[in-house]
Design a protein around this ligand. Structure first.
Ligand code: CLF
Ligand code: SF4
Length: 507
């Protein structure tokens, strides 16, 4: 099979429109592709519950200007704007990666994603990869780029076994591109307007084709900018899939005046949750969609959604003695334990689906005491507080984000991530901390249930007053099983009869 065909096969098996690499969705992939994605937290939605990534900020310069970027901050193609990362030399980066790998054995992927464009700084980026390919061969290498310089470096990227490349492609039409990119720096001069966008688009498409030809998995990131490229992104999705991209990650524009970006200052609005989800669903007909992106900073460390960078500052790393051979053995053992755990979760899910235990959402109609009518089978959004491992295992008060799932008779599907500041600072009296209810309620908009491992009386009552039912009965259960079980309970209690609850996602 040609490499291009291998990448394209990923598109066929994703019935729910999420990343096509969950357990059952991975089964159809060729072994070579499955090996590349099974423990990559961005390329596999399931893996992101178990495995961590880290970024090293070695690439300060950029060769284009995006209207959503302020050069003081990290590259907004892969990161939230408004955060600044600590710039490292390739040698410092190498040291940091070895330190993190030894201390966080779940870390499987090293990405270079900024703070500028990694391929506008090719010496620094490729030197980092070269050092790590030799010293830490068990770590997957990953790269994120705007694509302008990509065709010049594809051969070296492939030679260094960089298996995953993200290209940010916001348009395939130069007229649209001219509204996003005021200029590019090309062949030692600044090019502006439609011409600039045309060159950038051609280089991105050529880079995508070259990577696919060489068997490198390509993820495409797109920033959804309402009124500029939102409708157009459906065409982008179709085209990049046809060229062999593995995954499409449509991210919301984040534009605030205080970030000092062109869009922020001009009042360009961001998409709502509902708009983002609707576009992701429309693109999903043609393409595997990533819905669990956290828009990480360029020096992020840890599971997606957590940032343990403070544990690995240069001064702290200097104090660490690292025996990487011993660390690799430990990493291998930890990865085996994770895979055993994933296998057990899959087996439990298979048993449930076969009707042996609880939560067979496919059996919802079988087990419900009342005949199914339209209102009793409406979809329900549920938010989940989790700290990883794919289970409901976080206190409500500690959640900095919620994973949102939709349950319906068709099954449980992952919808996306909603960020929220945590409610309290820990301790046994969950609920005593400072309330950030505006943020939390915005994050939970449209959700009828919030599953967590624990919650205090005060926040319980507040959530109920806002029409969100807290549920801590399913602590430590696999998330999808827990969501399915709650849906079945709602159906059995007639809670799906009230169509007034079938509210759309807002915020
Ligand atoms: Fe980093 Fe990006 Fe590689 Fe992942 S992040 S370079 S593909 S290892 Fe992942 Fe972070 Fe989203 Fe990026 S969640 S911002 S998609
Ligand atoms: Fe900023 Fe990244 Fe765009 Fe460069 S590619 S202008 S760093 S957002």
């Amino acid at each position: 099979m040609q490499e291009k065909d291998i990448a394209n096969t990923a598109g066929g098996g994703c019935s729910q429109g999420s990343c096509g690499s969950n357990a059952e969705q991975m089964s159809h992939l060729p072994d070579a592709v499955r090996e590349k994605v099974f423990n990559h937290p961005c390329y596999s939605e399931e893996a992101h519950h178990h495995y961590a990534r880290m970024h090293v900020a070695v690439a300060p310069a950029c060769n284009i200007q995006c209207h959503y970027c302020n050069r003081k901050y990290d590259c907004a193609n892969e990161s939230r704007p408004g955060v600044v990362s600590e710039l490292l030399t390739p040698e410092q980066a190498e040291k940091k990666v070895l330190a993190v790998a030894a201390n966080i054995p779940q870390m499987t992927v090293l990405g270079v994603a900024g703070p500028g464009d990694p391929l506008a700084n090719p010496e620094r980026t490729l030197a980092t990869f070269r050092g790590l390919a030799e010293k830490a061969p068990d770590i997957k290498l990953c790269l994120s780029t705007n694509g302008l310089a990509l065709p010049d470096h594809v051969d070296e990227i492939a030679a260094l076994n960089v298996d995953h490349v993200t290209i940010t492609i916001n348009c395939v039409d130069p007229e649209v591109g001219a509204k996003i990119y005021p200029w590019i720096f090309w062949n030692n001069r600044r090019v502006r307007g439609v011409k600039a966008a045309q060159i950038l688009i051609e280089r991105q498409q050529k880079g995508l084709e070259m990577l696919v030809e060489r068997g490198v998995l390509v993820k495409v990131n797109s920033v959804m900018i309402p009124g500029v490229n939102d409708e157009h992104l459906k065409e982008v999705s179709r085209i990049v899939k046809a060229k062999g991209a593995f995954l499409h990650n449509v991210m919301p524009l984040i534009a605030e005046p205080e970030h000092g970006t062109f869009y922020g200052v001009m009042g360009q609005r961001s998409p709502s949750q509902a708009e983002l989800q609707a576009l992701q669903d429309e693109c999903a007909g043609d393409m595997n969609m990533m819905r669990h992106c956290r828009q990480c900073r360029a020096d992020a460390v840890g599971l997606l959604g957590e940032d343990r960078g403070d544990e690995f500052t240069l001064d702290k790393i200097d104090q660490m003695e690292i025996d990487y051979a011993a660390a690799m053995a430990k990493r291998k053992a930890v990865h085996q334990a994770i895979e055993a755990d994933r296998d057990a979760q899959r087996a439990a899910k298979a048993r449930a689906a076969a009707g042996e235990t609880l939560v067979p959402i496919t059996a919802l109609k079988r087990s419900a005491p009342k005949p199914a009518v339209a209102e009793q089978t409406r979809p329900v959004l549920m938010a989940v507080a989790t700290a990883g491992q794919g289970v409901v295992n976080q206190h409500f008060g500690h959640a900095k984000e919620f994973l949102v799932y939709e349950a319906s008779p068709a099954g449980v599907r992952f919808i996306g991530v909603r960020k929220a500041d945590n409610y309290c600072e820990g301790g046994d009296t969950c609920g005593d901390g400072e309330t950030k209810w505006d943020d939390i309620l915005k994050a939970l908009a449209g959700c009828e249930v919030m599953l967590c491992s624990r919650i205090g009386i005060g926040p319980w009552e507040t959530l109920e007053q806002h029409g969100i039912r807290p549920d801590n009965e399913h602590a430590m259960e696999p998330i999808e099983d827990a969501v399915a079980a709650v849906y079945r309970e709602m159906q059995q209690r007639g809670k799906l009869d009230d169509p007034a609850h079938s509210m759309p996602v807002s915020a």
